[in-house]
Design a protein around this ligand. Structure first.
Ligand SMILES: [Zn+2]
Length: 183
């Protein structure tokens, strides 16, 4: 992140307080604001090796070669092409960025933000999980409405649904029927 930002003159290097904020967000114990999910990535500087990943055509997202990609392909073969990848691998930079955006939306309430997005380092998207949705369903793919679609019902009938965070989970995470557990 630091090396990318340094390449953009309008943005310039991160001021010290921004760097501290990124570090604090990562080091802070998420349990203190009510997120009880596991910490998956333990180094802020960890990166996703390019040779291990593959861009999935027409989605703008990446998956790990191996288990993730295999599961995605089987799932599409069985459910049909109306099911599509809506979020794949999220490295540290992406998860941090998404979490900060969510925190802004929640007016700095990290507890509320972490209910719908795992804090940096705590997302299984970093190691292989991914999200799927119905083609053309837009943002509703990330709502409970997805569980009403034929695509979701097919997923469920075929036994692909192995929910990471169930509706009654105690981790402080919302129910996400669109999230596919790989790891
Ligand atoms: Zn997900």
């Amino acid at each position: 992140m630091i090396s990318v930002v340094n390449r953009y003159s309008q943005r310039g290097p991160f001021p010290k307080e921004h760097l501290n904020l990124i570090e604090e967000l990562f080091e802070f114990n998420a349990k203190d604001y009510g997120f009880y999910g596991e910490k998956i990535v333990t180094r802020l500087t960890s990166t996703v090796p390019e040779r291990d990943i593959e861009k999935i055509p027409y989605t703008g997202h990446y998956l790990y070669k191996g288990d993730s990609k295999r599961l995605y392909n089987t799932l599409r073969r069985d459910v049909g092409e109306t099911i599509v990848l809506t979020s794949g691998i999220r490295g540290m930079v992406k998860q941090t960025h998404l979490f900060m955006a969510k925190a802004l939306q929640s007016e700095g309430n990290l507890s509320r933000a972490s209910r719908s997005l795992a804090p940096p380092g705590h997302s299984y998207h970093a190691i292989g999980d991914f999200d799927v949705g119905k083609v053309g369903y837009g943002k509703r793919n990330f709502t409970r409405d997805f569980a009403q679609t034929d695509e979701y019902k097919r997923l469920q009938d075929l036994g692909y649904v192995d929910i990471r965070y169930t509706s009654d989970n105690r981790f402080g995470v919302r129910y996400e029927p669109w999230h596919v557990k790989v790891v």
